[in-house]
Design a protein around this ligand. Structure first.
Ligand code: ADP
Ligand code: MG
Length: 645
């Protein structure tokens, strides 16, 4: 018995020892597994903080950037002034006032897609009666080929689109006799010689077409159109996309002074009142007797009147009128802006070095939609290499430049699920990373946030820089004090104090990324006083760059009568009690009546508090959500301008 007992004890001891040994091994194994995980995770966090610090946009830096922007604007306007802003005169002399009538086309060549659109304008009462557009993505090969290849491709699509003009768009003289007039929106720097000619200065946003530099972009397109032997199409006006956006915005709201693009790239233009004498310009609608500039001219010259009496008064009036003629839209080409206060990270340096235009477009490379995804990819790649963020080995897709596009980082950024499911999905779909832990996904989310927020805040600083240049001086308290002493127009000082400056923004980044808009507005509010922030309104002018170009084509039309529509407009005054307009087309070829009240009133189109719901604006079809995936769309809807903020 004792022997049996001993054996049992012995067996128990052996079993206990075995369990202890296994436990020790497991613990030891676990600790060898966890140690690097903790270590690598810490390293990933270190890299995150490092990146966050390098990309930070504190208020004091934004102030300096805004200040610097205003300084560079002034320098760029001076003859021979050195500036990293091109500050190009645009020769656009007539801004829309709503009177435009007829059928006009636009071709909007952006960085990712080009759009062709036709727009039926119904004058003040009808506004945009009907529009149709097609969007075509530009094949990568054409971005690096010859100008003839690119423009032949574009012209072919354009001619095809024009040939498919529906019944609702018929003009008086029919297709054969009538010239189709078009606004060309070109989103690259151009030195304009007139409102319908201009030499390409340089390419950007992934385009590099050597034989195009120095060539007249209108001539390139016009000869490509002529080679197609289709309907007669003439370029009536050449505009930068920012100018199209400004014009499209001005069509609805006369306080629009700035046009801005936040899409593949970024740029801005504005109405310059204080044009130096060496900048050629003409006269036109931009003369605005009640404008800010008008009163500023008076202010600066008033002392002459007091000293020398009547003849000087005549001189004053003449010079005011002459000065008023010298207002013009200036295309800033602000993508090339640079300031030592811009927060540059290792990813920006790498991206710039490996880009087609190293050392150029520094501001654009921190803001534009083409680059944001790529910056995030570079940060994640470093985290994966140095901290095994996704557990290694480095996925090949993560090593591929531009494999992560901005809409994807916007998707991850908008992920509000507890487990960051969308982040996991994007990482799986884009990089083939099958499994990620929550901590890694949080880091990815933070990187997206840093990059999106930096872009929005830098763009806000740019806007405030323009505000300082065009409004700041005249709006500040000392100027308005001087103005109150004037008897010229007792209303003016008050108007000046409260005059709004509206910034019309177009572009996929601003349009689709809601949080981007929130960050941008917040930064503008931080930078300005409460009163200043109230005066500066930022609005989305959806597709404004294209629509604006077609409206400008109408303003600069050489064949106005011929392009009038077949369906006569019935003016509200001619109608009975309820004012009404005739709308031609829609999906039917006949004219149908719509009450005036259905038209979005001009003043409410831009209000921030009352965004026009998309569903009411795009009643006939709703293809917006998949614009970027598809290569070609054709939509038809009434009142195509959508303004929300
Ligand atoms: P373009 O600049 O070529 O005229 P868009 O104004 O349509 O074209 O802008 C396209 C760009 O907008 C894309 O390159 C992309 O960077 C950005 N973008 C598109 N969709 C989104 C989205 N959902 N979220 C964030 N950015 C987007
Ligand atoms: Mg565009």
């Amino acid at each position: 018995m004792p022997e049996l007992e001993n054996r049992i004890w012995m067996n128990m001891l052996i079993a206990g020892a075995a369990v202890a040994a296994i436990t020790t091994v497991v613990i030891a194994w676990n600790s060898t597994q966890k140690a690097p995980l903790v270590k690598t995770r810490n390293r990933a966090l270190e890299l995150l903080y490092e990146f966050q610090h390098a990309a930070a946009t504190p208020l004091h830096a934004l102030r300096q950037i805004a200040e610097h922007m205003a300084i560079e604007m002034r320098a760029g306007l001076r003859r021979g002034g050195k500036s990293n802003l091109l500050m190009l005169p645009t020769y656009v002399e007539n801004l829309p006032d709503g009177d435009e009538e007829g059928l006009f086309y636009a071709l909007d060549l952006g960085g990712t897609n080009f759009r062709v659109l036709r727009c039926l304008l119904g004058g003040k009462d009808g506004r945009v009666l009907k529009q149709e557009f097609e969007e075509v993505s530009i094949p990568k090969a054409l971005m690096l080929g010859t100008s003839a290849e690119l423009f032949d491709f574009i012209a072919e699509r354009l001619v095809d689109f024009v040939s498919r003009e529906g019944e609702g768009f018929k003009t008086r003289n029919g297709m054969q006799q009538t010239v189709r007039e078009m606004g060309l929106t070109f989103s690259f720097p151009v030195k304009q010689q007139s409102v319908k000619s201009g030499a390409i200065i340089q390419w950007s946003k992934g385009f590099d077409i050597a034989d195009g530099v120095g060539a007249d972009v209108v001539a390139l397109l016009q000869s490509a159109i002529n080679r197609q032997r289709g309907p007669k199409i003439e370029v009536a006006v050449l505009v930068n996309d920012t100018v199209g956006t400004l014009a499209g915005g001005r069509y609805w709201n006369e306080d629009v002074m700035v046009g801005m693009i936040l899409g593949t790239g970024t740029n801005a233009c504005y109405v310059e009142h204080d044009l130096p004498s060496h900048v050629q310009s003409g006269s036109g609608e931009m003369v605005h007797p009640s404008s800010l500039f008008y009163t500023r001219s008076i202010t600066t010259q008033l002392p002459c009147v007091c000293v020398s009496g009547e003849c000087v008064l005549a001189f004053l009036i003449l010079s005011v009128v002459a000065d008023c003629d010298r207002m013009q839209i200036i295309n800033m080409e602000w993508g090339g802006f640079w300031s030592s206060h811009l927060p540059r990270t290792f990813a920006d340096e790498q991206l710039d070095k490996e880009s087609l235009n190293p050392g150029q477009a520094g501001y654009e490379k921190m803001i534009g939609g083409m680059y944001l995804g790529e910056i995030v990819r570079r940060v994640l790649l470093r985290m994966e290499k140095e901290a095994s963020l996704f557990g290694g080995p480095v996925p090949s897709k993560l090593k591929e430049p531009f494999s992560l596009i901005t809409p994807e980082i916007a998707k991850m950024h908008a992920d509000e699920s507890k487990n960051l499911r969308v982040v996991a999905k994007v990482l799986r779909d884009v990089f083939g990373v099958q499994k990620t832990d929550l901590a890694a996904r949080r880091i990815v989310h933070d990187v997206c946030d840093i990059v999106i927020m930096r872009s929005a805040r830098l763009a806000a600083a740019g806007i405030v820089g323009i505000f300082k240049k065009i409004g700041g001086e005249a709006f500040d308290s000392t100027d308005s004090r001087t103005l109150t002493n004037l008897h010229w127009d007792s209303q003016e000082p008050q108007q000046l104090d409260t005059k709004r400056i509206v910034v019309a923004v177009d572009g996929g980044l601003y349009e689709h990324c809601t949080q981007y808009r929130v960050y941008m507005r917040a930064a503008v509010n931080e930078l300005l006083s409460e009163a200043g922030a109230k005066r500066l309104q930022i609005v989305l002018s959806k597709d404004g760059s294209g629509i604006g170009a077609s409206i400008l084509a109408a303003r600069h039309s050489q064949h106005r009568g011929a392009n009038k529509i077949t369906c006569p407009m019935e003016r509200p005054s001619e109608a009975a009690e309820r004012p009404s307009v005739h709308l031609c087309g829609g999906n039917s070829s006949s004219c149908s009546q719509h009450t005036q009240s259905e038209l979005p009133p001009r003043s409410t189109q831009f209000t921030q508090s009352e965004p026009t719901p998309r569903s009411t604006q795009f009643t006939q079809s709703e293809p917006q959500s998949n614009w970027l995936q598809a290569t070609q769309h054709s939509v038809s809807y009434v009142y195509g301008l959508e303004y929300i903020d």
